[in-house]
Write a protein that binds this ligand. Sequence first.
Ligand SMILES: [Zn+2]
Length: 476
Amino acid sequence: MTRTTRRAWAEAEPRARQVARLLWERPEPGLAEHYAVGLLTEWLAGQGFTVRSGVAGLPTAFVATAGTGGPTVGVLAEYDALPGLAADGAACAGAARPGAAARRRGPGHGCGHNLIAAANVAAAVAAARVLRESGAPGQVVVFGTPAEELFAGKLAMLRAGVFDAAEVLLTSHPDYQNAALSRPCAAVVSAEFGFAGRPGHTGWVVDGNALDAAEIFTATMERLRAHRMPGVSVEHVPVSRDQVVPNVAPGHAGIWCYLRHREVDRALAALDQLAAVAGQAAAAAGAEATVTLLACSRGYLPNDEIGRLLGRCLRDAGPPAWTLGELREMAALAADPAAGTRADLELGPLTEGVDPYGQDDGEVSWTIPVGRVNWAVPAGLPLHSGAATALFGTDAAWRGAAMASLALALAAGRLLASPGLVADCRAELAARVAAHGPVPSRVGAVDLAALADLVGRDLGAARISGSEPADLLDAG
Ligand SMILES: [Zn+2]
């Protein structure tokens, strides 16, 4: 079967590489991935998948299914880009880029989601083809999951029950090693602290300046976090709908925060502490505060059973076949070109430690087993940078994604052929969930309407599911 899958995957690979490049050339930020959805669903429909678009109240989410009966193996496709991350090969060189042109830089695939979409879909296409030719029962389901960087797409789809169509899920992501993973990442809470004040001319005294409140909040948050929220990563960015020049006091000022900790309880506790700070900052400035929980996702629940399977499949796929020239090309983009790229394979799944990032499939992994494969980028290349965007448009980057893609195709084939293996993955998940305590009610929450409003996107007439507007000032 391995040989059949390899052949089917090799036939899908040229299209996948082309799709990765096309997505890179037309990057779209979260909740606006219309071109990506068109490209991927057209590819899947052409390969015999039945496509349903606009699921879970998300115009850019889709589900594509091939085959009948069970087992059912799902593949996640991410395709959102990051704002302000246009490709910049010199981004890590430390060169200052002042001026309006630099500030207006467009979105880019600084997290490699163009490669994830192409690699994961190619795996599904190959697995579905082998399934069709064998005549065996089973389904391959591709979940098109938008707005990963906003922690929105998969949370909304999970709440709407969309993932019930699969018994196990497979995905891949760039990182700093070639490996299968069975270890947690951080839980993430996304929230907006909004401040409403009286707009006016700042040359006069304006009582209730929203920007004053936001800045008191930010300064206090930064002052307190080391001692009052130890171990919690607190990241923020100002968001303002009104303020354009210094002589206008804005009617509204907002601070958008991501709060991360391995334990979701600790991230939620930090949210409650900051909600209290927001109220006090607003009172000090004579403004009003609101706190909106935008999303809350736990980190990955490890699954050693599926991790071991993917470790075996990676070994069968073999490490990325980079040429020396490609390794040099990749190193040139890194801040520290000497750090190099891991060209070897980790043996077995990585199970130790906690990854510092958050992912919205982290929350999904508590309901459906999620198997993950990483492929390596240079150690000195930061993800979410213009240099990473530059890398993810190259053939060298595709080689890593291609390794992951073939490994996922092989894993999908083995899961489809062995219902007992699928059952083992699910049994491990059930045992791990049972070992944890009760789940706080805010876990898994997502407020699509507020997120769309925050990032200026129109969800159209799509029915919003899983939407939970929440003013947390009363929640303590
Ligand atoms: Zn990512």
